[in-house]
Ligand binder design. Structure first.
Ligand code: MSP
Length: 640
């Protein structure tokens, strides 16, 4: 980001309201928050946008299965996102909801503008649709002629009248943009994937649906009330409607500044192909960077509701500290690559990087200045004894900013930590305690002041990642982290004025691995393996059994045995279970009843239908009975 550019516009994806916030959402939002905070720190007029994506078939179905109206349901889940971000002190300037009336105005304006330009035409759509991904596919893209290539769920055949956007018209211009603007899509490897995709040829995009209702209707002047906007056409527009597009353009000047969109790799295609093509059609500038991050796995496995291994960001932040969690997320994985979340890795980062490298340093200068100078720290002799250390640190800091705006936050932190290494190594090399014994007090004091100055620089640079921690450090060092002090300490490279250091409690108390609430599963010992048929309690609990409420049941056509059930196990979306119980239960008798479900079985296909769990039942010669709780229990209650 250049200095002349005075406005920064940072966005997260708007989150679907069919799922409560998890670590993936927190990750994108924390990266965006870091960028926004850094932009403000360096004096850019910054707008940070997040929000929720509330229309579409997926939300309509999720609401219906809970007996709620889509709007009621969207209100509830959108509120959960907003309150988590507030709890996490996410510094967003606007929280947009696609159900906002102002947003709809902007979507209408965009549709009308594209239509007037001849970029929208009406035709018939015939193809396949994945509701879960809200994506259209052609037959050759499907797995086994039926399943979504992205999420593996069954697709449905769609044959309906639709308006199309002339995406194919923009193929050449998109390719030109990718070539001309080296950093428009980050990281580079992801950009190459996009280029290869576009080079295979772009089909025009169906941008309206008639088979469901929950969406933005077409503008009245189109006189075609049965159509609603395709959810991505609606959702992508949020980035401009949030600035007043279609209403009063009140904040559209941010769109002419530096725009950075943060997205996950799964939604890069929508952002790197559809979105710039829409913008070209609207004659609006293109974003500066679209950054695609990788996915988080848990202890090496893909996170999924059925495995019950989804990381709840609130739980982690409560257990280990919000800012430690932020640091871990940004430091642990190179941007764009998948990362693994494990408590062990998190604790190691806290103890090592934060505790040993940063926290100890703070303690040491508080201790030393307490002993040698009554807590007074004076920078007068720093350059006399430590010019090299200061210059080396400044040279590192001078290289840091591009890492932030080019989204290499792990590199940013890695480099910044080299300044802490300089500080820690200087203490070891100069042994201030020995200098004191030798009567070289001036040198000892200069060393303490060197470390204080290095810590001051680090706290300013680190403040967008760990705002509160850095505010405590800077407060102890007698200054506040502000854009003015960024200029003084980082840009103008000024040393701290004489100050009295404040004592601080340990910033990162050590966490012992034994304190882990759920230790990594132990590998069974040989002895355990020998006792055939006997399992340990841990092995038993590997099977997750939960109370399932049967919401709907229907017969599977052409099967004598199977019923197709929709069951609620306390997750955001009901699961589909195919159960071989038709000889013993009618579909009508099951709806509204409860049974026990093995919830962490690998999903399987039975007669081509996805089954996400197994109901427990007992069968003898008298027949089969489902295993049910004696009295009703909350859906999702653990059995065991
Ligand atoms: N509503 C769309 C975005 C529209 S933007 C105009 C959407 N929403 S989402 O809620 O499904 O996903 C939001 C983000 O969460 C995506 O960027 C996605 O990559 C991210 N993640 C979902 N699971 C994730 C992980 N396990 N790990 C990291 N991020 C992941 O898509």
């Amino acid at each position: 980001m250049s200095e002349n550019c005075k406005k920064a516009y940072i966005t997260t994806p708007i989150y679907y309201v069919n799922d409560v916030p998890h670590i993936g959402h927190a990750y994108t939002t924390i990266i965006a928050d870091t960028l926004a905070r850094y932009s403000r720190l360096i004096g850019l007029d910054t707008m940070f946008l997040t929000g929720t994506d509330e229309h579409g078939q997926k939300i309509e179905e999720a609401a219906k299965s809970r007996g709620r109206s889509p709007k009621e349901y969207a209100d509830e889940i959108s509120g959960k996102f907003k309150s988590l971000w507030d709890e996490f002190d996410i510094s967003y300037d606007k929280f947009i909801r696609t159900t906002d009336e102002d947003h709809k105005l902007g979507v209408h304006k965009a549709f009308e503008t594209m239509h007037a330009k001849g970029d929208i035409y009406k035709d018939n759509y015939e193809g396949f649709y994945c509701v879960s991904c809200e994506t259209f596919f052609t037959k050759i893209q499907l797995v086994d002629d039926e399943f979504c290539p992205d999420c593996g769920k069954p697709t449905s055949i769609v044959k309906e009248e639709s308006y199309f956007f002339k995406l194919s018209k923009y193929e050449e211009r998109l390719l030109q943009w990718y070539t001309d603007d080296e950093k428009c899509i980050l990281p580079k490897a992801k950009k190459n994937e996009v280029i290869n995709f576009v080079k295979q040829g772009l089909h025009d995009l169906s941008i309206t649906r008639t088979s469901f209702d929950w969406g933005v209707k077409l503008p009245e002047k189109m006189n075609d009330p049965k159509h609603v906007m395709y959810v991505w056409m609606d959702a992508l527009m949020n980035y401009i409607t949030a600035l007043g597009y279609g209403k009063d353009d009140a904040n559209m000047e941010y769109w002419n500044g530096t725009t950075v969109h943060l997205v996950g790799k799964d939604i890069l295609r929508f952002h790197a192909i559809y979105w710039p093509a829409f913008l070209m059609s609207l004659d609006l500038p293109l974003p500066r960077h679209i950054g695609a991050h990788g996915w988080w796995t848990r202890d090496g496995e893909k996170m999924s509701k059925s495995k019950g291994n989804v990381v709840d960001p609130r739980e982690v932040a409560n257990a280990y500290g919000l800012e430690n969690f932020r640091y871990f997320l940004l430091r642990e994985v190179p941007f764009g690559q998948d990362g693994d979340f494990s408590q062990k890795a998190l604790i190691d980062r806290i103890n090592s990087d934060l505790g040993n490298d940063l926290g100890n340093l703070m303690n040491r200068i508080i201790g030393m200045s307490g002993k040698y100078s009554n807590l007074v720290i004076d920078s007068t002799n720093v350059m006399k004894y430590h010019e090299k250390e200061i210059k080396d640190a400044e040279a590192i800091i001078d290289t840091l900013e591009p890492f932030i705006f080019e989204l290499q936050l792990n590199r940013f932190l890695e480099e910044l930590w080299k300044v802490l290494t300089i500080a820690n190594q200087s203490i070891t090399a100069y042994e201030p305690w020995a200098k004191i014994k030798e009567g070289k007090e001036e040198e000892a004091m200069a060393l303490v002041a060197l470390v204080a100055n290095l810590l001051a620089k680090v706290s300013v640079m680190l403040s967008s990642v760990m705002p509160k921690t850095c505010a405590s450090i800077s407060d102890a060092l007698g200054f506040e982290i502000t854009p003015e002090n960024f200029n003084t300490i980082i840009k103008d490279k000024k040393l701290l004025e004489t100050f009295t250091i404040k004592k601080l409690p340990a910033l990162f108390p050590r966490i012992e691995h034994e304190e882990l609430e759920s230790p990594e599963p132990k590998v069974a010992s040989k002895k355990e393996k020998k006792a055939e048929g006997i399992i340990t309690i841990d092995q038993f609990f590997e099977t997750k059994i939960k109370i399932a409420t049967i919401l709907e049941a229907e017969e599977v056509p052409k099967s004598d045995r199977l019923l197709k059930l929709k069951v609620d196990v306390g997750e955001n979306e009901p699961r589909q279970v195919i159960a071989g119980i038709k000889e013993f239960y009618t579909a009508e008798s099951l709806a509204g009843t409860q049974a026990c479900l093995v919830a962490n079985l690998k999903p399987a296909k039975i007669m081509g239908l996805l089954s996400e769990g197994m109901l427990l039942a007992a069968k003898d010669k008298e027949g089969l009975s489902l295993i049910r709780p004696e009295s009703p229990k909350r859906s999702g209650t653990k059995v065991g």
